[in-house]
Design a protein around this ligand. Sequence first.
Ligand SMILES: [Cu+2]
Length: 450
Amino acid sequence: MVAAVGILVLVIGTLLFHFLSPWWLTPLAADWQSLDDTLIITFWITGVVFVVLNGFLIWVVIKYRHRPGLKAHYEPESHKLEWWLTVITTVGVIGMLAPGLWAWHSIVTVPEDAREVEVVGQQWNWSFRFPGEDGVLGQVGIEEMNPANSLGLKADDPAGQDDVLVVSGELHLPLGIPYKFVLRSKDVLHNFTVPEFRVKMDLVPGMTPYVWAKPTVAGRYDILCQELCGIGHFAMRGSVVVEEEAAFDRWLDAYPTFAEVQEMAAPNVAMGQAQFAVCSACHGAQGEGNVLLNAPKLAGQAEWYVQRQLKNFKHGLRGAEPSDAFGMQMAPMAATLADDAAIANVAAYVASLPDFLPPATVQGDSKRGQDFYVTCQACHGAAGQGIWSMSAPRLSRLNDWYLVRQLQNYKQGIRGAHPSDLHGKQMRLVSGVLRDDQSINDTVAYINQL
Ligand SMILES: [Cu+2]
C-alpha cells in the first residue's frame, strides 16, 4: 500500500512540477514554432506513457498484493499482448521522431533570401562580421590575428575589404529578415545559443557550421555559450538586439569595414600628449595616479584597454550609474575627446608613459588570495599581465586601492550594469567567486606580489 501511495505522489508531483514550474520555455522571438511543437509533442507522448504506466503499476500493486493462500499464475508468453505493445511503442516512437526530422530539415535548409552574418566565438567573448556589399565574407587566418585585426582577416583578399567588423559582444538584427549565422571558433568548442530564437549550434574549430533564424519580435536577448569551454564558460555572454531595419542600418553604419580599419592612421602620440594635459590634473603628469582624487594609475596599462574604457565612459557604458561616484567624475573627461582618433592618440600616449611599481596600501592574506587568483589568471594571466585576446586588462602594478574598489563595484553592480557593457557584465559574473571584502583584499594582496 505504501508503495502504491508513493508512486501516486510521484506521478502527481511530476505533473504539478511540469505545469507549475517557472523553468518553462522563454517566449518565442523567431520563426521556429515548429521546434516548440516538436518539443510539446514529445512531452505529450512521454507524459501519457508515464501516467499510464505508473497507473498500471499502482493497479497491479493493489490488485495482486500478498494475501495468504493466493498463488501466482505462471504465463511466460502472450503473443496478443506482445503484438499490441510492439504496435503502440512503434507508433509512439515514430510520433516523437518524425516531427524532429521535419524540424531538422528546415534547420539545415537556409531560405534563399537569408542574409549572412558570421558569429566568432573565443574564450570567452563573442564578435561578429557582416559580409558588406558584395555579400561575401573574406578569408581569415589565425596567423593574421593581433589587437588591430582581432578577427584575423587576410589583407590581400578583395572579398574581405568591405566586410563590416563588429568587435563587440552586441549584435543587432533587423526584424523579420532571415539570417544565416555562420559560426567560427578561434580556439575551442563553443556553442551559439539564443534561447528566444530556439537556435543552438556548436562552433567547431576548423569548421564553419551554421544555423539560421528569422527574428519576429523586437527586443534584447542573451547569447549564451552552451558548451563547457573552460573556466569562464558561464560568463561567455553576448546580446542580440532585434529592431526595425532603419535602426539596424544606423547601427551597422557606425562600424568600420576592414578597409577602413586598415586605413586608420597610426595614432599621433604628440597630439595625445597635448590632450593629456587635462587628464594629468587628476591622474598625474606621468599617469602615476592620485589616491586623494581617486584617479588610478594609468601608466603601464595596455593601449587597447585604455581605448575601450575611454569609449565606454564617453558613450555611457561606464560611469553613468548614479551610484558610481568616481566613474561619474571620469565620464565628462572622456567626453572632451572629440572622436575615435583623439581617443586613440591619448591611449597611445598613455601607453608610452614609463611604468613603475606603485606602493602597496592593501593588507590581506596573500596565500588565501593565491587560491582565488587561480580563476582570475585564466583571463588576466598568471602574472596579472593582461591578455588582449581575452579582453582582460593588466592587473599587476596598478593601484591596489583602485582594484579593491573596482571589484566591489562589480559585485554591487555599480560597474558592468549597462546592458551593452558585456565585458563589464563578464567581470560582474566572475566577481561572484570573491564572497566578501576579506576575499577581495586577500586577492589584491596576492596581485601586489605579481
Ligand atoms: Cu564558449
